[in-house]
Design a protein around this ligand. Structure first.
Ligand code: KIV
Ligand code: ZN
Length: 515
């Protein structure tokens, strides 16, 4: 795929680099759900995973390849034969398959990580890109740690990759080290010196260690890059990657400045952000550009006054443009399945009959406790009931007794691998009682690193959303739960995090080395 001069190709790597965020591991089902939403969002390429890293990742990439038709499905591979073949086997059934091979080029990586000479790296680039080219209609080559590499060596490496058949050359700022000026100069240098560069797409892949990932990507575009690699909510290794929503909205809002466009349906940005946040368990910071809870809030009196007189005084884009609808008062206790389904469809969720029934049953339970159900409530139910890892632990019931004069006591019933167990226990407070009881009855062993509660909508009957983070040795898992009863939400969140941890342990036990 070669970009036209005014079109920016959006290469989404939420399912690969995004999945490298601590705790963000996704199973097959979850990756397919995110990939389908990315297709609706309109990304051009989906990097679905690193197939050689584990059988689970191979299966997930293959499942995405089978389910998505409108985007190129890319598998990542090092420049090794078995990596390339495994990646190809995972993506080959896609309507539009692609391979992305990479090797590091900086002196520091050559000396300490690869223990290879420059000549050996060059040879490996020619051979591996050649193999990819024989297999795949779409081939990208990346020079890992490009921004700390010798520029003339990069010229040789990229020239060799193009000569061997790469249609896209990617310049990663792997450790988030460069700045906009330097990156502009590097891309301009490559554009001048690399043989055949005008026949291929120049791509950039920036990390956010200094908070410059998006700025660096835009700067590279000004120097002639036409593909941006990015993730939803900017998730990714360490400080994350260029955030898709920021890059896309910069071109959208400042058409006057750039005169460039993407294929993204911007009204799908917010639903995609919510989905990814829920599936990975990584919350979006409130002041995050475009998708943060405060991104469209006007707090200062003087701002509110101006905004009410004329929106454009303090608003450079509308919330509707990125898919943040007004939170509607939608349904109540007497609403039926049909009405719920209609509302779900208008929010962009098209559920099977089986899934609709699950959501409807939960909706009925909540509408008994809460008079008015808003869009955000429904969304929380869908995300929790439909998009979650298969459950080893299933919470059945909790009962909590607490107050000023009693010792907080919890009674909990959980199904573990199909077998129901019950237990009661005490704690310093009601949440502590619930958590201690669940840990006691399951024998689950991990440290609780974070516990946070937020309210999904306003009012004292609002659903609470609880996020917990567990840590076991080097593994982190994040769980979320929601319910009008904050203790039920807390129990759901813990059980969700436990399930995610079990899933990650199972995945790790069969894993070969990662990036
Ligand atoms: O950051 C990086 O260099 C990468 C490569 C695999 C493109 O993720
Ligand atoms: Zn990366």
């Amino acid at each position: 795929m070669k970009a036209s001069q005014d079109r920016i190709i959006i290469f989404d790597t939420t399912l690969r680099d995004g999945e490298q965020s601590p705790g963000a591991s996704m199973d097959v089902h979850e990756k397919v759900l995110v990939a389908k939403q990315l297709e609706i969002l309109g990304v051009d390429k989906i990097e679905a995973g690193f197939p050689v890293s584990s059988p689970g990742d191979f299966d997930a990439v293959q499942a995405v390849a089978h389910e998505v038709n409108k985007a190129i499905i890319v598998g990542l591979c090092r420049t090794r034969d078995d990596d390339i073949k495994t990646a190809w086997n995972a993506v080959k059934d896609a309507a539009m398959p692609g391979l992305h091979t990479f090797i590091a080029t900086s002196d520091i990586h050559l000396k300490y990580k690869l223990r290879m000479s420059k000549d050996e790296v060059l040879k490996s680039v020619t051979e591996s890109v050649g193999i990819c080219h024989e297999l795949s209609p779409s081939v990208e080559f990346s020079a890992e740690d490009a921004t700390r590499s010798d520029w003339d060596f990069l010229v040789d490496v990229f020239s060799a990759a193009i000569q061997a058949g790469a249609d896209t050359i990617n310049v990663p700022d792997t450790v988030g080290y460069t700045n906009p000026q330097e990156f502009f100069n590097l891309i301009s240098y490559l554009k001048k010196k690399v043989k055949g560069i005008n026949d291929v797409t120049v791509s950039v892949h920036c990390h956010n260690d200094l908070g410059l990932a998006t700025s660096n990507s835009i700067s590279a575009v000004l120097a002639g890059a036409r593909q941006i690699e990015c993730t939803i909510n900017g998730i990714g290794e360490r400080a994350g990657n260029t955030s898709l929503e920021e890059a896309v909205m910069i071109f959208n809002v400042r058409k006057d400045l750039y005169n460039l466009y993407t294929g993204i349906d911007t009204t799908q940005i917010f639903p995609t952000s919510r989905l990814v946040s829920h599936i990975t368990g990584i919350p979006v910071q409130p002041n995050k550009a475009i998708v943060g809870a405060n991104a469209f809030a006007h707090e200062a009196g003087i701002h509110q006054d101006g905004y009410l007189k004329e929106r454009s005084t303090y608003e450079i884009m509308t919330p509707e443009a990125v898919g943040i609808g007004k939170t509607h008062l939608v349904l109540g206790k007497h609403s039926g399945k049909h009405a719920l389904n209609k509302r779900l469809e208008s929010l962009g969720y098209h559920l099977s009959d089986k899934d609709l029934l699950k959501v409807f049953n939960r909706f009925k339970v909540i509408s008994d406790k809460k008079k008015e159900i808003y869009d955000a409530d429904i969304e929380a139910i869908v995300l929790e009931e439909i998009y979650r890892v298969p459950d080893k632990y299933e919470l059945k019931h909790i009962n909590v007794n607490s107050g000023t004069v009693v010792v907080p006591t919890a009674t909990v019933q959980i199904v573990v691998d199909g077998e129901t167990i019950k237990e009661a226990g005490f704690g310093n407070g009601p949440v502590d009682a619930v958590y201690k009881t669940i840990i006691k009855m399951t024998g689950f062993n991990a440290e609780l690193k974070r516990f946070s509660v937020s309210s999904i909508t306003g009012g004292t009957d609002a659903q609470g959303e609880v996020t917990v983070e567990l840590m076991d040795q080097d593994m982190v898992s994040v769980g979320q739960g929601s319910d009008p009863d904050i203790l039920v939400a807390a129990a759901r969140a813990l059980v969700n995090a436990m399930n995610r941890m079990e899933f990650m342990k199972a995945k790790k036990s069969v894993e070969s080395p990662r990036l």
